[in-house]
Design a protein around this ligand. Structure first.
Ligand SMILES: [Zn+2]
Length: 104
């Protein structure tokens, strides 16, 4: 299982990948962050699809995403068992949780 600290893959302004080679990885993780942090408002949305290509065929699984700990997002693909944790997402542009000031 992987533990991805997204901060390590971002550029200085934290708005995109640090290097072009990381673009697809960053896209996958940011999709997971957006889905996880907006769950309460968009429960009907389809979760992101798995981006892996086991045996060179695109995996068709829909990721199962939830919070393992308040600061740790867990994902698993039920089809290919790709699994990992995301940390370091708080406060990024993909973090859809409410600002504390707006919390009702
Ligand atoms: Zn998969």
């Amino acid at each position: 299982m992987r533990n991805v600290n997204i901060q390590h893959w971002l550029n200085e302004t934290k708005s995109g990948p640090a290097v072009p080679d990381l673009r697809l990885k960053v896209e996958k993780i940011t999709e997971i962050i957006i889905y996880a942090t907006s769950l309460s408002e968009t429960q009907t949305d389809e979760p992101p699809t798995c981006r892996r290509r086991p045996k060179r065929k695109p995996c068709k699984g829909n990721l199962i995403i939830n919070f393992e700990y308040p600061d740790q997002i867990h994902w698993i693909c039920p089809a290919c068992q790709d699994e990992g944790f995301v940390t370091g997402w708080e406060g990024l542009i993909w973090d859809m949780t409410d600002e504390p000031d707006n919390f009702q």
